[in-house]
Design a binder for this molecule. Structure first.
Ligand SMILES: [Zn+2]
Ligand SMILES: [Zn+2]
Length: 86
């Protein structure tokens, strides 16, 4: 009889038995789907408005989906950091 804690999606409130946890910045978040996780966790590109679900590019406190978008917004020092040391 596996008593398990109620896992309720933070985004839509769905109580789903296949819910999963994501740990970020010391907090644990619970979601029922990746779609809900992305909606809650992913930053939005400042240039094109899409959700940043890949590596993304950070310029100051702004997020972009790619270096191209960052440059379009004037952050011309930005290059894609895929493969760069953390
Ligand atoms: Zn949900
Ligand atoms: Zn973009």
């Amino acid at each position: 009889m596996g008593e398990r804690p109620l896992a309720r999606c933070e985004t839509c409130g769905n109580d789903y038995d296949m819910a999963f946890e994501i740990r970020a910045q010391g907090a644990t978040h619970v979601f029922d789907s990746f779609e809900c996780a992305i909606q809650r966790m992913a930053p939005v590109c400042e240039h094109c408005g899409c959700r940043v679900i890949g590596h993304g590019v950070q310029a100051g406190d702004r997020w972009y989906c790619c270096a191209h978008c960052a440059r379009e917004e004037g952050a011309d020092q930005i290059v894609d950091r895929v493969g760069a040391p953390a």
